[in-house]
Design a protein around this ligand. Sequence first.
Ligand SMILES: Cc1cc2nc3c(=O)[nH]c(=O)nc-3n(C[C@H](O)[C@H](O)[C@H](O)COP(=O)(O)OP(=O)(O)OC[C@H]3O[C@@H](n4cnc5c(N)ncnc54)[C@H](O)[C@@H]3O)c2cc1C
Length: 387
Amino acid sequence: MPSPNALDFFDVRSLLSDDERLVQDSVARFVDDKVLPIIGQAFEDGRFPKELVPGIAELGLFGSSIQGYDCAGLNGVAYGLICQELERGDSGIRSFVSVQSSLVMYPIHAYGSEAQKQRWLPAMAKGEAIGCFGLTEPHGGSDPSNMKTHARKKGGDWVLNGAKMWITNGTIADLAVVWAATDDGIQGFLVEKGTKGFDAPEVHHKMSLRASVTSALYFNDCTIPDASRLPGVKGLKGPLSCLTQARYGITWGAIGAAQACLSEVLAYTKERVLFGRPLDANQAAQLRMAEMSRKITLAQLLSLQLGRMKDAGTMHPAQVSLAKWNNVRMALDIARDARDLLGGAGITLEHCPIRHALNLESVITYEGTETVHQLVIGKELTGVSAF
Ligand SMILES: Cc1cc2nc3c(=O)[nH]c(=O)nc-3n(C[C@H](O)[C@H](O)[C@H](O)COP(=O)(O)OP(=O)(O)OC[C@H]3O[C@@H](n4cnc5c(N)ncnc54)[C@H](O)[C@@H]3O)c2cc1C
């Protein structure tokens, strides 16, 4: 009887199809060869490693779930595995791919005109165009229905005014999907970089997701044609449906971050000799690592079942909320505990847990905070909205 794999204790990989395993292996190789050697320095420098974009595109990771338009047309489980492996590298790299795929390419594909799809999807799949998603506003991201950014119709054009905050990729994006209030409800607009009245300055001094670009978006009488409006959706369900896609990917990504931390702790405690024996021979250390393994295993099974439901068309947003809450909390707890098990060495970027822990402080906040997801589940259970 072979011993269980330390990072996949219940052999969840055996539940994957050959194609899904192939996707996982090719992304894992990319992360080992291209991401891990540079990511600590990029994090320290506060730099998004843009040089990774062509390699990510070559693997078909942008818009991987979309059929046609030069996209890979993979299933939801494969998209999850992509997120898991990328976030084993860094949450910032996974965030970059999540935003491009789930928050920009998804709404263009689901709600865009054929001309919008032809113009943007192939270019985005090739990594030649980068996108961002502007929903959150400075006065409160948890309550997007209180949207102040608005678009007014003026002849055949729309005039946008307002501000968005904490927008991943904003400064480097060629295209922003912007959600704005109109006389006819919330609508999505495609705003191109360089449009007069549109500015996207970077947010500096972050202690989290330092290898990812985060920006503000400002619209000051920014005028765009009606052809740049997403014609296929009105109301908050537009942006919320995008968030469901991205949150689904996050549930898998968090597993990768946690696996990276457990892997580092297993290696470190084997070599670290204290009180005359390796640290990993102590009961207290083993209890903590066993706890990590238990939490990772539960999260893996949760995400795989969620993915199977997604591919069967039965996944409910409240189920995504439960998995996002559980898996990101799991990863953050593991990263913090792994940091502690490494002692003083754990505070340096020589080891990954502090970087993952700091990154996960963003991941637990964005795409709905832990509290917001708990309230979504509470509403589903009781039928009463407590927001
Ligand atoms: C690095 C980073 C990248 C991001 N990228 C993007 C992006 O690409 N696009 C985008 O649109 N947004 C993005 N966001 C924004 C993110 O989604 C918001 O930060 C998040 O939704 C929370 O909004 P907020 O920061 O305004 O906090 P607030 O909404 O002000 O929340 C503050 C606190 O109040 C709690 N709270 C909220 N409502 C309730 C309630 N009813 N009862 C009790 N407590 C409550 C929250 O849980 C939180 O703890 C990003 C954020 C970060 C940090």
